[in-house]
Ligand binder design. Structure first.
Ligand code: ADP
Ligand code: ZN
Length: 713
């Protein structure tokens, strides 16, 4: 079933003209009353998949969302677009609650947001029985599965609702779910023959890069210096690290702050808000930061340490570039990270089965971080989207690492593993190879073996990089059951005794990858940025008045669209992607006057279609007659008339009736009809009984057409 009304709503409420893949199919499916599981990357446009159908269906749509902050933002954004929406969560007063209930019962609400713990109360259950329901949408649905990375017990109980309202469609949505998690979500929520929609997880606008964590503070400083003032997030593994790093960077003059779950709510809110309002350039945070933010202009993400799994990593980098513009993700990884994360799992009280899954996930993360092939493909494969062609936006695609024959290096390492009796871990092995006399080496008697010092000429970090590759290629393995000691494998023998060739990659990170994306700004871009800045200042003011985050008023993307097209009239503004009807009515005039003001002040710099109309318009508004305007502007008076006619058709307040009489209009209309509604002035003039000046014919025509159009409406 195809529903065409959805296009009307899409333009009216959201101001968009087309759906993204596969939004339209999802909506048709939902509108036909069936269950669905939607896997779409962050920023892909999940919310529209239930919000829009909700407006087309009878009754109220129930949206389960785990985070109050996120919930409030969606609710505020929808309200500003003219949608009847409400939220129920535990931070509400009794009175607010009763208000919402009253509105619900009188059918005044199309979408109701509820936190999962509220949804499971008997009070809510009772309320539901008195409502006509359109659909249920379960946001962040991975929380229902222990296979996901953010299990919430409250979520599992939602299947009670599914069982109770079997005739109401259930839609589960998430940005993060591997194959096992997807199946589990359907099972746990008791979805009825759900159709699974998986959109591509590829984020083409994000350049991903992974580097060994040597001297990472210096590397971060260099990275930041290149980025100038762009917004970003640095993810750290521990709370303490967020604080330490933030303080250190602040001392170096950076405008940053830290965020973690151990801070009190007030501080967390303040940091989050300052970041959202562009007052802080970046945040050093634990993974607690991000779930609740919806900031579209985050340009970069740094992982200061390696995350514990690819789900988390990919979700975190997905917070960058939500506006579709280029963004960067830089990952630092080290063996120490790996060991620490592994220890977290070791020390947790989880069941053995669960631990096994966590170990496997951690291994995949390590493989990703240290890979020499296309990283995007590794992630996509992980999420079940099999692909082999290179992505072109990861470091390995942009600057393919050059592998070289390094059999001798491999032999030295493997021989040392054997001669140390397969009894040493990575770090100690490197010390042996490099001929270190530290206590542990001497105590083990390793300074006596033949390969002691055989790898002096290779730096510590390079040894680490090489041995990691040998591990990845299967020539040596880490024995997790025996203190992470290195052991040989069947492949080791081939290298040591049968002359098997080994190829390794020299990882010298270069800044070329980081530089692959940004290009020098052209004049045009600079001007656009200035206009965007003006619009943002206005937005900050509006946001303050309304007490909502700025992006709820307008997303940055919309301002970029405006800056690119510079609409000078309301009619043109309505054509801009992202401008819906209600926002147009509410803010259209403000925006147009900002654009007009900017274009006028930059008169010499900007070429805008319609700028000449604007100049005429400004003089007209000052009360000048067409003749005077023509004189001031040094152009023909007839041209001025055509400007005024144009502005009039764009619904600007121009009183054309003062220049042409009703009798003349009637005469022109007759002639125009006789001429077969021909628009050429000369053709119309042919049919006129009494001649009328051309510029008046033009004005009359504009009036006639507008009258016809308003009758059609
Ligand atoms: P998700 O919930 O998947 O992370 P959102 O639903 O918040 O993503 O959408 C991300 C951004 O994309 C929002 O600014 C949204 O308005 C915008 N968006 C969604 N659908 C479309 C569309 N069809 N055309 C243009 N922009 C869209
Ligand atoms: Zn790639």
């Amino acid at each position: 079933m195809k529903n065409e009304r959805k296009y009307t709503i899409l333009k009216e409420i959201w101001g968009y003209t087309s759906f993204r893949e596969p939004q339209s199919d999802i909506m048709d499916h939902v509108l036909s009353g069936q269950d669905a599981l939607i896997i779409m990357p962050t920023g892909g446009g999940k919310s529209l998949c239930f919000q829009l159908p909700a407006l087309l269906m009878e009754g109220v749509a129930i949206v389960i969302s785990p985070l109050i902050a996120l919930m409030n933002d969606q609710v505020n954004a929808l309200k500003l677009s003219g949608v009847q929406v409400a939220a129920i969560h535990s931070n509400m007063s009794r009175n607010e609650m009763m208000d919402v209930e009253r509105n619900l019962l009188s059918g005044n609400i199309k979408l109701l947001y509820v936190s999962p713990e509220r949804a499971n109360t008997s009070g809510f259950s009772e309320l539901l029985s008195r409502l006509k329901l359109a659909l249920f949408a379960i946001d962040e649905a991975h929380c229902v599965s222990v296979w996901g990375n953010d299990f919430r017990p409250d979520y599992v109980q939602l299947n009670v609702l599914r069982d109770r309202f079997r005739q109401v469609p259930f839609i589960a949505l998430t940005a993060t779910a591997d194959g096992a998690t997807q199946e589990d979500i359907c099972k746990q929520l008791h979805l009825i023959q759900p159709k699974v929609f998986v959109s591509s997880f590829e984020r083409k606008n994000i350049t991903v890069e992974s580097r060994p964590a040597e001297q990472r503070f210096r590397q971060v400083m260099e990275f930041l210096t290149k980025l100038k003032d762009q917004c970003g997030i640095i993810y750290c593994l521990s709370r303490k690290e967020t604080e330490k790093l933030s303080i250190k960077l602040r001392q170096m003059g950076w405008n940053c702050d830290f965020y973690h779950a151990g801070m009190d709510a007030e501080d967390r809110n303040r940091v989050q808000k300052d970041f959202q309002d562009d007052k802080i350039q970046f945040i050093c945070a634990t993974i607690a930061f991000g779930m609740g933010i919806d900031k579209s202009n985050i340009r970069w993400i740094i992982h200061y340490s390696m995350p514990k799994n690819l789900e988390g990593y990919y979700q975190e980098i997905g917070r960058a570039g939500r506006d579709g513009r280029p963004a960067k993700a830089l990952l630092f990884y080290s063996w120490a990270d790996y060991l620490m994360l592994k220890k977290f799992v070791d020390d947790s009280n989880a069941l053995e089965d669960f631990k096994t899954v966590q170990y496997a996930k951690l291994d995949r993360m390590w493989e990703y971080a240290s890979a020499n092939e296309c990283r995007t493909n590794i992630v996509l494969n992980y999420f079940g989207e099999y692909r082999t062609q290179p992505c072109g936006h990861c470091d390995n695609c942009l600057l393919p690492p050059k592998s070289r024959e390094a059999s001798e290096i491999a032999q030295k390492a493997l021989s040392a593993v054997l001669r140390c009796g397969e009894n040493v871990g990575l770090n100690l092995l490197i010390d042996v190879l490099r001929g270190s006399f530290r206590a542990e080496v001497r105590e083990g008697g390793y300074d006596q073996i033949k390969t002691f010092g055989a790898g002096k000429d290779i730096s510590y970090i390079n040894w680490k990089i090489y041995i990691t590759q040998l591990i990845n290629q299967g020539y040596v393995r880490i024995d997790y059951t025996d203190h992470f000691k290195l052991k040989t494998t069947p492949l080791s023998k081939a290298v040591l005794f049968e002359g098997k060739k080994v190829h390794l990659v020299d990882l010298t990170y270069t800044d070329q990858v980081a530089e692959a994306a940004p290009k020098p700004k052209q004049k045009k871009i600079i001007l656009e940025d200035q206009l965007i800045q003006k619009l943002k200042e206005w937005r900050t003011e509006q946001a303050r008045n309304k007490q909502v985050p700025a992006y709820v008023i307008f997303a940055d993307k919309v301002f970029e669209n405006i800056a690119a097209s510079k609409p000078l009239t309301l009619a043109d503004l309505l054509n801009v992607e992202g401008i819906g009807k209600v926002k147009m009515e509410q803010y259209g005039k403000d925006i147009i006057s900002i654009v007009q003001g900017f274009v006028t002040s930059q008169a010499d710099e900007i070429k805008v279609q319609g700028k000449t109309y604007l100049e005429t318009f400004n003089l007209y508004r000052q009360g000048k007659s067409p003749a005077e305007i023509a004189k001031i502007r040094d152009i023909a008076e007839t041209t001025i008339y055509s400007h005024l006619a144009y502005l009039y058709t764009k619904d600007e307040p121009i009183d054309l009736m003062q220049y042409v009489s009703e009798t003349e209009i009637t005469a022109v209309e007759k002639a125009w009809q006789k001429a077969g509604q021909e628009m050429a002035l000369a053709a119309i003039a042919e049919y006129l009984v009494t001649p009328i000046e051309f510029h008046k014919i033009r004005l009359a025509l504009a009036i006639i057409i507008k009258r016809i159009k308003s009758k059609e409406k």
